[in-house]
Design a protein around this ligand. Sequence first.
Ligand code: ADP
Length: 452
Amino acid sequence: MKFGIRFRLVALALIVALMGALILLATLNSQRQAAELRARFSQVDFESFRIADQFRDSLRELNNTMQRYGTEHDPVVWNEFLEASHKLDGWIDEQKPKLITQREKDALQQIDVAYDDYMRVARDLQAKLQSLGQPGATLADFNPLRAASQHLFDLGQTLGKAHYDSRRQMLAHANQTLTQLRWLVLGSLGLLFVFGVALAGMVYRDMIAPLRVKLVESQSLMERHEKLASLGLLAAGVAHEIRNPLTAIKAALFIQQKNFQPGSPEHTDTKLVEREILRLERIVNDFLHFARPTEPQFATIPADLVLLETQHCLATQLAQANIRLVLESSAPMRIRVDPAQIQQVLINLVQNAADSIAHDGTITLRARRDRKPLANGETDVVILEVTDTGKGISPEIEKRLFDPFFTTKDTGTGLGLSIAAGIVQNHGGALQYQTHVHHGTTFGIVLPQATE
Ligand code: ADP
């Protein structure tokens, strides 16, 4: 059972650790992916998607200026052309680092080369226009420039297409990352849910359900106690009726015994009958005590007095079974008790201890101080202890230890501990025990310490 609980606790700790690790991993992974996505987006200058458009606009502008120069032959217009063409050249160089894919970079490289061609053609055309003078130029003279510019437009088109593909690729990648993140979050939440349900199940099974069982158990225990108590009352009635004839039989037997020679078979028989009568008397007395506990007659006495008297009373008898009854010395302390009743409890505990040892062992009596929760809360107490070196109490017996009429002995009534617990309770105290199977048991009578 203990192994089961430990195993479950370890399993629970492992599951919690595993869940924690999984969630941590998922969080770190999603953070990494989000950071990657952010970095990718910030890398991209969205203006760069307009490079192709801007280039084509500037080129169209240049062509128009050249066209104007062809009709006007004005050196100012030519200068305008040169200025604009320089600007465009610089602008092409500036765009290079902004491009992402190789296709875009290749297209811009080709534009760069073709642009040099275009400029060379433009300069040739300007020289020719200058030498021809106005209005010598024909449309055919513009054909090389038109061809060079058309080639640049085509390359601009290629760059535009490469841009479009690059953008699509990036969006597809972002989409994929977002889908992954979504699944990661959903997966983590799913795992958390499953874990929560499992944990709730475990808590219910291990903590709530057993409580319910315990309630049911204690309910049935109470019912059983009630039944036993009424049975005890009935038995006590019978016991009372038995006690009187028993006393008469004992008296008659005592008279008869005197007529027989000690050692004769008749004398031996009377001894046997006497032993059995004593046993009957004990049972009858136990029943009566159980059914009608008497009110304690309190007196304040030194704690070790009852222990000493118990030792005097039982030591010789126990020595026959080679059981030593030892009284440990202790500091003086006082208790307010009914000495006869507490001694009755002690005798019972010592007798149980001796039964557990059977022969060869030690029973130790001691008194010690402590603080314990009693009916009136935490209290200074004196504990009268009976420690034996017997066989201990197994868990099966422990469950029924204080049940009235529960006994493991052939000649037991099973009332000793019930009566003892009742008496100690009437003193405002409690009965406690610790046991170690095969090593022994310590019963303690916990009593409030007497105020002087
Ligand atoms: P009885 O002595 O008539 O059996 P008790 O109520 O005094 O009735 O004890 C009930 C049972 O508790 C005993 O039969 C015995 O099995 C167990 N028991 C009590 N004291 C001890 C002890 N010190 N060591 C081992 N078992 C004990």
